[in-house]
Write a protein that binds this ligand. Sequence first.
Ligand code: PA5
Length: 442
Amino acid sequence: MNIAFDPKYAGIDREATLRGIGARRSILESARRGEIWNDRGLGWFSVREAASARALAVVRGEAARVWQRASAMIVIGIGGSNRGAMASIHALRKTLKSPTHIVWAGDSLSGSSLRDVLDIVERESVVLNVIAKDFRTLEPGIAFRVLRQALLDKYGADYAERIIATGSHGDGQLFELAREHGWRFLEFPENIGGRFSVLSNVGLFPMAVAGIDIEALVAGAEDAERALRSMPLEMNPAVHYAVNRNLLFERGFCIESLVFFEPDFLPLARWWTQLFAETEGKTQQAIFPTYFCYSEDLHAVGQYVQEGRRCIAETYLRAFHPTPNLRIEPSPDVEDRFDYLDGKAFDDLNRAVYEAAIRAHYEGGVPCQEIALPEISEFELGELFYFFMFSCYVSACILGVNPFTQDGVESYKRVMQAMLREARPTPDRDGGAVGQLPKGCL
Ligand code: PA5
């Protein structure tokens, strides 16, 4: 496996990690073998179960079909349904070649954002990929309705062949709707939940359309699977990471921030945040995951990290897009006082700020762990996805929470649905119909 985990700046010595492993040995052994919470939701554990050669061929075929029809594919989904694809497409975007670009929809209730997507439907030739494990989620469901109607207006009866639904079977679910209305269909695996779905049709199809080499990405994930499922606990980097996070929490570090130095990793960090928050956030003992994009955030939250309350631990992603030909030329005309950088490669600056931040924070008492990738390509990204899903599952097993549920997100939905069912639509105002909320609703 190409991913390296290095906790040397975490303030946890190897003996402490090994003691942590010893104290949880039987849980960790069972988790490493995928024996806990394995009745539902562990379909991603064997990478080839959802990403078999046949499944990849189908996805490739569908992607080729999209390339012939559309300059834009609108991916409608939220949470686990879109974050994996978004993460990889963004991280790899500089290397991708595809006749079809990806547009995201259905991940907010902002009419203004949806209006932007409707403008794309008008301007470009489009297809829709609607993704929902449970087609009752409001955001993608209602965006799909609006966009479907826009497609019908534009393409007439042929609109149906421009819809690819990735979903489940059951009453009112996308399989049934697709069969009834003639849309194309890809399976959302029954035994995989949204945030663990990046290596299934859910993530792989938009990635393939965007031009990602999905075979290489899956090969990377499989490589990580082989390593992590077979390595003894004492040497297993994903187990060490999971154990250390929990040790850090016990020492009062209740926030973990994923730190990255390539802005293109922002969606990846959001995928990671969702993965850990929805998986573990069911007990007061779970670490709160967030992310910082350095060096920008060094000029914002960096102050708090350095001198604020000691509750934040950082996990640094040591991964860079090399830009070998970008050097800093001297500036003879303008005395800008940056001459000490003359002749340096821009990449050296980013690496310097990486080293500076990790050292300053460590010396200031902030535990910093590192996860290093030798390069940012499909293979390494596949490894990283698997590494994080595996360690997140192990970490949830340590906490004793079911990694594959998210009952907590239902509470706001119940309130919102009650509000919306009771609300009368008001006439268009400023171009938008606004619901009249019943008094005392909250
Ligand atoms: O990880 C999860 O299970 C969730 O974040 C879901 O992906 C998200 O709520 C969207 O659900 P659905 O695909 O059913 O619309």
